[in-house]
Design a protein around this ligand. Structure first.
Ligand code: HEM
Length: 112
């Protein structure tokens, strides 16, 4: 997918040997890395443990599944993905995700 290729290219600018890992992406997605807001310690706080199922915003608004196998439009719009990763990494980690982290997260999510 174009969105993954762009994230990998960005990560390779910093580390030419970088290879994306869906497993690292899963670990970051389901973990609680710290540094973010107390009510959103993990991606799963809003998206739930299984990307094939939906989640809900902190206000309780439903969020459709992130898995492209369930919602084919997911991870197809690079600007949308960039916008939400910027916002959501700030929520969960209190900083931007690195290019490598973003590539791993996208590799995980598109595999779902
Ligand atoms: C959308 C990933 C944490 C709420 C998205 C999208 C991605 C994503 C990739 C856009 C998907 C697309 O349309 O292509 C992540 C990751 C997270 C994370 C990797 C952890 C670092 C959170 C948290 C919240 C949240 C903690 C709530 C505070 C939302 C909402 C949207 C969204 C409201 C937009 C609505 C929608 O697309 O259905 N997220 N997210 N996310 N995320 Fe997250």
């Amino acid at each position: 997918r174009a969105v993954l290729a762009a994230q990998v290219e960005a990560a390779r600018a910093a580390d030419p040997g970088f290879t994306p890992s869906a497993e690292r992406g899963r670990t970051l997605f389901t973990g609680s890395p710290g540094g973010g807001k107390p009510d959103s310690p993990s991606c799963t706080s809003c998206h739930g443990d299984d990307p094939r199922q939906g989640g809900h915003s902190r206000a309780g608004k439903p969020i459709a599944p992130l898995a492209p196998s369930v919602v084919p439009a997911r991870l197809t719009d690079a600007a949308d993905v960039a916008k939400w990763l910027r916002r959501n990494c700030a929520e969960v980690l209190g900083r931007d995700c690195t290019a490598a982290e973003k590539a791993d997260l996208v590799a995980f999510l598109i595999s779902q």
